[in-house]
Design a protein around this ligand. Structure first.
Ligand code: FES
Ligand code: FES
Length: 203
């Protein structure tokens, strides 16, 4: 009677010897494909960017992955726009692009070229510090003490201006809802709300 098992035919060594060949066969086409397939085109290194901010055109060299927030703060030294979370969760980095509020940490500078960008530095009326008039929202924040440490304030004000313009500040509850993307760790919310509602009531 023929034996079902013999060390010569079914040993671990034989098994490895046979399967190594199979694995080699299987992997060979994959390796080949890896070498011949065209890769995605990658833009590397710094590139020229042009940004229109507060009515002025700024040129800079930055990597395509640079966020608008980093372009403003690190390259153009417009540090009024703050970095809180860098993840779109706190609103400290809010600016306007073509009049719409956006979190500048969640967009790339390269995507915002040739668009009208407004930051907190461009909100006051006039460049001359002696004659410039604060925006009514800035005045209202001062009047109502809409801040404590001030870190969230530029984002709050930029968001508040857009909130009123959008018609989303017609009641306290609506205002709270549409300002909920702007976090204040100091808890100045009642004062912020009072400032926004005062400006909205004049519309
Ligand atoms: Fe952009 Fe927080 S820093 S949302
Ligand atoms: Fe301090 Fe808002 S005033 S975080």
């Amino acid at each position: 009677m023929a034996s079902k098992w013999s060390p010569g035919s079914n040993s671990r060594r034989t098994f490895l010897k046979n399967t190594t060949g199979l694995v080699g066969l299987t992997l060979a086409p994959m390796n080949q494909a890896e070498h011949t397939a065209p890769g995605p085109s990658v833009v590397q290194g710094a590139t020229e960017l042009s940004l229109r901010i507060n009515g002025r055109v700024y040129s800079l060299r930055a990597e395509p992955r640079t966020t608008l927030l980093d372009a403003l703060r690190e390259y153009l030294h417009l540090t009024g726009t703050k970095k809180g979370c860098d993840h779109g969760q706190c609103g400290a980095c809010t600016v306007h692009v073509e009049g719409e509020r956006i979190t500048s940490c969640l967009t790339l500078a390269i995507m915002q070229q040739d668009k009208a960008i407004t930051t907190i530095e461009g909100l006051a009326n006039g460049d001359d510090i002696a004659t410039a008039r604060l925006h009514p929202m800035q005045e209202a924040f001062l009047k109502h003490d809409g801040f404590q440490c001030g870190y969230c304030t530029s984002g709050q004000i930029m968001s508040a201006v857009a909130c009123v313009r959008e018609g989303h500040a017609t009641s306290d509850d609506q205002c709270r809802e549409w300002m909920s993307g702007n976090i204040c760790r100091c808890g100045a919310y009642p004062n912020i709300l009072a400032a926004i509602r005062e400006v909205a009531s004049r519309q």
